[in-house]
Design a protein. Sequence first.
Length: 429
Amino acid sequence: MKSREWKYGIALFLVGMLTFGFSPSSGSAQGDCFNTDAALTPEEQRIEDGAPIPQQIMDKAEFTVFADEFKEDLCKAKSVKKAEKVIEKHGEKLWETAVARAQGERNDLGELDRYDDRPLYWTRLHMTAALRQWEPSYTVTEKKQEELMKKLEYTSRGITSIDFPKGKKVKRVLVSGFDPYRLEQEFRRSNPSGAAALQMDGKVVMTEEGPAFIQAANFPVRWDDFDEGIVEDTFGPYLVNSKEQVDLMMTISQGGPKTMTIEGFAGRWRTGIGNTLEDRSEVIPTVSSWPMPEKLPEFIETTLPYKEMIAANTGPWPVERGDEVCEWLAPEYRDKPYECHEGGPTEGSKARKGGGGSYLSNESQYRSNRVRIGIGAYDIPGGHLHVAAQEYYPEDPSVYITDEFQKFRQATVDQTVELVIAASEAAEK
């Protein structure tokens, strides 16, 4: 299991330091290594569009310092190699601190509810915006810039820190959550699936067959990252036959109101608008860097121990398996209406929606299980859990949290953890 010394020994000198705000277009406190005319993504632009909410959330959790220190150290980097080390250091530090705060091991970090996933989200956006506008005195190629951005994303999402024990008498469980999404509609968005991932990363639970070690990561709500293989890169290394092969994997996202749904089928079709406002309506593409099934399935059925998860009697929300699918039955399927029904896919049909729809949540389930099949890890349980959608956003748009909002999210997150534990107990070693 990965080292957790940072949970117990991070110095308290962070508290109170560098309390000034950070804006991706305000320049550096250390100099002029940023080109403030460089375009930001629509997602990064929401730092300003949503003001003052993002900064208030970061300040309340005392996360502003992480964005400020990253920006300063990036300016100080005298070479691409040193900049890469800065990015890796700060990306890992952000994720580790967010996990420690979520699990109650960094009580020195402000007064914001520890179940709140938004400080991590907004701080990461500040860091990616800074990296996008970074303009050092030396040359950084476009390809290298993309590599550096990928390193920042992977380190700050918990992907590179996944590390399981290699013993034979332990269970290994890998789960994923998601960032908040559609913030152009609501800047105060939280995502209980991402909050749950922070609660679970590094968690150890005892089962009848021995300890189960849980590792977690969070995915962006962006099509391009999925196209580049972020799901396969996260799950693939732990599906191959090795000493770190997982015994269960689960993608998790926000679903419908006051319901926890174990999705029966993932479909090979995607639609919708991501956080960068890019739209998709097409077959889910393959990833060349990972094995794919010889015949790409239109639907992939869950292999999660859903009966045991339902029987665990978690609460407060009801738990069910969702088996509705939408499919095209005609050969010229794209030009015909599709049909939706319960009971699973029809043989020979083309997927239009899985049980959880056709957005990135469905795609995370499809991609993670497609690579599982491509690798040949047929016996590993895998599937998707849709958790209750966050409710009780304050009526006053200037207020980002209330007791009612907080209690609802905590109840949903705690039940999500209980369901993952139930699945872990049911998974065979």
